[in-house]
Design a protein around this ligand. Structure first.
Ligand code: LLP
Length: 384
């Protein structure tokens, strides 16, 4: 069954635009809160997935914290009303002004990715007469088997500190006078649809906790990052991701110590399914062996297909249900041959002026939009 979009409203709005189903977002957030209730778990929303102020407001309302990766994101999350006491800040290249902004707002935790960064944060905190709260990001060397641009936890990539260098880094953090070490941080990758990488992560954390117990070093928190994947192929079957399975994996496999809290940084699984990119068909053209549907939305509005060969379900939402179908390549107007949303897509016979939906585009869609070809950024609309 096809999801029902408010077509009459859509006809009044210039395309392309993002459409957000606020009811689905709210349902998704409720389900997260339901699954963590009664557990020492804190969920932070990875704002990089979608920074739209209307979306942020709904997330704040549901009590989540926020996971940040830049000074710009700190500002946006403050403006949206997130509590600095629930802000965690990751990233391999935090600059001085960004660290200072975090210090000025007494954010909950900097997830620190190197020893030089520990030293800089210590120095900047000292100058302000403050103590910075930090966690050390560990690179657990787990291959999450997602696209190579979005796996982040293997030993070869730039994120975190390798396990063999961890003890030295922890030691350094404990000695620096203006730092307070809260714990360890991990993130193994994104769009992970099997629980195996998360189980491996739990086992890695258990081993490290045992090791540090033996050295009488105790952490108040463990942060396991984000990464839960969503169903891009059939977005209407389970529009709310299986958070029960996800959180159960940690409940079952991770041996938290007494008074220790477990933090999560979820992005995609919170916002992906509530967002759709709506575009208009500009032309339908035929070349030797192909028919092309040319949209007014392109890779500047949704870059995931061009950048990661990702596929978003494409639907012609103007065509009547019983229309005969045809096969098309669905492309955008940008002057790049990678500006393709789908090849050999079976769609109802499509005409100029039809509206097309690119589904599951709520995460890493609007936030990754660009002005290439001097195009305006896409607008957004919300369900009522
Ligand atoms: N925590 C850290 C440290 C991260 O690097 C990320 C994502 C997250 C949390 C949130 O991960 P999520 O729950 O959304 O999987 N642009 C790519 C995804 C990049 C993910 C980057 N890091 C895409 O469109 O697939």
């Amino acid at each position: 069954m096809m999801y029902r979009f408010p077509l009459e409203e859509f006809k009044q709005w210039p395309t392309p635009f993002y459409y957000y189903d606020m009811g689905l977002l709210s349902k998704t957030l409720n389900e997260i809160n339901r699954q963590v209730k009664g557990y020492p778990y804190d969920v932070h929303y990875a704002i990089k997935a979608n920074g739209n102020p209307v979306i942020l407001k709904e997330i704040v309302k549901n009590g989540l914290g926020v996971d940040l990766v830049s000074g710009g994101e700190i500002k946006a999350s403050l403006a949206a009303g997130f509590d600095p006491g629930k802000m965690v800040y990751s990233g391999v290249g935090k600059t001085d002004w960004e660290i200072n902004l975090g210090l000025d707002h007494d954010i909950f935790c900097f997830n620190v990715e190197s020893v030089p960064e520990l030293e800089v944060i210590n120095e900047l905190a000292g100058r302000r007469g403050k103590t910075a709260h930090v966690a050390i990001r560990v690179n657990p060397d787990i291959d999450a088997h997602t696209h190579r641009y979005i796996t982040t936890g293997t030993a070869e990539d730039k994120f975190g500190i390798n396990i063999e260098m961890l003890a030295t880094a922890v030691d350094r953090a404990l000695k620096l006078p203006h730092l307070h070490l809260r714990g360890l941080h991990f993130h193994v990758g994104s769009q992970i649809t099997q629980m195996k990488p998360f189980v491996m992560l739990c086992e890695s954390v258990n081993g490290l906790l045992d090791y540090f117990d033996r050295h009488d070093i105790h952490f108040e928190l463990i942060n396991v990052g984000g990464g839960l994947g969503i169903d891009y192929d059939t977005p209407d079957i389970n529009p709310v991701p299986d958070f029960q399975h996800f959180f159960d994996t940690f409940k079952r496999h991770l041996r938290l110590r007494r008074n220790q809290r477990l933090h999560f940084e979820l992005g995609r699984s919170i916002v992906a399914q509530c967002g759709t990119l709506i575009a208009r068909v500009i032309y339908v053209k035929e070349n030797r062996n192909k028919k092309f549907v040319i949209l007014d939305a392109g890779m500047t509005d949704l870059i995931r297909p061009a950048l990661y060969q990702a596929h978003h379900v494409i639907q012609n939402i103007s065509a009547a249900v019983d229309t005969a179908s045809d096969v098309y390549d669905v492309v955008g107007p940008i002057c790049e041959s990678s500006d393709v949303f789908g090849t050999d897509e079976k769609l109802p016979v499509t005409r100029r002026g039809d509206l097309v939906a690119l589904r599951s585009a709520g995460a890493y869609g609007e936030t990754m939009a660009s002005c290439y070809n001097m195009r305006p950024l896409p607008k957004s609309h919300f369900s009522r």
